[in-house]
Design a protein around this ligand. Structure first.
Ligand code: SF4
Length: 427
């Protein structure tokens, strides 16, 4: 989501007459678009700000940390000129002009009244020749109250974009050569919840997927991240009924222990989760299933962790983002007793990473000798005339080729596999 926001910020600045430079040493203005999901991200950003503040530049902090730690940033890094929270980045160009012209010496805007409703920024794109796919924000904020999460505080309550605006934006992207869109939302499958009526038993999100499916130039559709709550039959059926919907799902589990899921306020249990994965596999047997997991949530004991390990095996996650629980001030979990020691978190993290490597390789091995339609992303970072692209299930594929265009689809036979990458030959 931050990547997408950075694209919007780039577009706003370009519209205000600013140019992007290749490296930060030649920049007159530097914007740090920050994340507050984990403490480490905030510490890194603070360190970077301290380093940049020594230079004679306009220094801006945007994103969730601007909202979450505005006063602390102001106190700890006096060289910062602009602190702007998420929600209304369209003002950034004017704010920078104000600082450059000397009209204002410092700007802090983390609670602007219009920010909650301003989703216009989401349609700003800056499509380049080197791009075959694009992110599309369809909503912002979150109404859930997971006990460990800072997002509802920093991003506010759920707001949904109008369906026709999203379709218009995707049509424009297709006109600019984009072949694949990834729909974004904190809980993407809650899109339009209680605002857009169900039609023929189909949720607003499913209705949106069907409409996007009709956009001629778009060949692939992905979305992230859905919540297991609300992942109903109508959405599972999309994997059968909408050929452009890719055979890949990212479904955050967070834990395999019912006790911990309850403490996390996740509103589903392990069985519910497994049933969704099973229904998806019944529909698309080769589907790639990835997840998010937190290890070391307060009170997580060895038995709870074993449950997470067994869920990992049962759900056969072939990709996962594994997080060591990081306590976020202002969340319910931060004041829970039985915080788990750091070394235990490290150990559990390492156990799951090892499991992930085994599962990922096993999944890739099953793709050996298959023919995959690969969307070309460009030249690979290493190797002469080696190209990189994505299979339908989002696996990275490297293969030799000449004169291939970004956004082209090529048939590649998979000849070998590693943990995260597949190798093949163009047919
Ligand atoms: S659903 Fe996701 S964004 Fe919303 S509170 Fe829970 S973890 Fe945070």
């Amino acid at each position: 989501m931050n990547e997408r926001d950075s694209e919007s910020i780039h577009s706003f600045l370009q519209a205000s007459g600013f140019d992007m430079v290749d490296n930060e040493t030649s920049a007159d203005v530097i914007i740090l678009n920050t994340c507050s999901v984990r403490e480490l991200a905030e510490l890194k950003a603070l360190g970077k700000l301290g380093y940049l503040a020594r230079r004679n530049i306009v220094l801006c902090v945007l994103g969730c940390m601007a909202k979450n730690l505005a006063e602390e940033i102001k106190k700890r890094v006096p060289g910062v000129d602009i602190i702007l929270g998420p929600g209304d980045y369209s003002k950034i160009g004017d704010y920078i002009e104000d600082i450059i012209s000397g009209r204002r010496t410092f700007i802090i805007d983390v609670d602007s009244p219009g920010a909650e409703n301003n989703l216009d920024m989401d349609s700003m794109h800056n499509v380049t020749q080197r791009q075959s796919s694009a992110f599309v924000s369809i909503m912002s904020g979150c109404n859930m109250r997971c006990s460990y999460c800072i997002v509802p505080k920093t991003r506010g309550t759920e707001r949904y974009r109008a369906m026709e605006d999203i379709i218009l934006e995707i049509n424009k992207l297709a006109d600019n050569g984009i072949k694949e869109v990834t729909l974004l939302g904190q809980i993407v499958n809650r899109y339009g919840f209680r605002q857009i009526e169900q039609k023929d038993g189909k949720s607003a999100f499913v209705q949106l997927l069907e409409k996007i499916h009709e956009v001629p130039g778009i060949k692939r559709i992905r979305f992230t991240s859905p919540h297991p709550v609300g992942f109903h039959r109508d959405l599972i059926d999309c994997y059968k009924n909408l050929p452009k919907l890719c055979s890949q799902v990212h479904l955050p589990a967070q834990s395999g222990s019912n006790r911990i899921l309850k403490a996390m306020r996740r509103a589903y249990n392990r069985d519910d989760f497994i049933k969704i994965v099973q229904a998806l596999r019944d529909t698309v047997p080769s589907i790639s299933v990835s997840t998010d997991l937190i290890v070391g949530f307060p009170g997580e004991n060895d038995d709870d962790f074993s449950e997470t390990c067994s869920l990992f095996d049962e759900a056969r996650f072939d990709m996962a983002f594994i997080f060591k629980y990081s306590d976020r001030r202002g969340t319910v979990a931060a004041s829970m007793p039985d915080q788990v020691p750091r070394d235990v978190k490290e150990y559990r993290n390492a156990v799951l990473l090892k499991k992930l490597a085994t599962h990922s390789k096993a999944y890739n091995d099953k793709m050996l000798n298959t023919l995959q339609m690969v969307l070309v992303e460009g030249k690979a970072r290493r190797g002469e005339n080696i190209f990189q692209g994505r299979a339908n299930n989002h696996r990275k594929v490297l293969f030799p080729g000449d004169d291939l265009d970004v956004g082209e689809f090529v048939d590649v036979r998979i000849t070998s596999s590693a943990v995260t990458t597949l190798y093949g030959e163009k047919i």
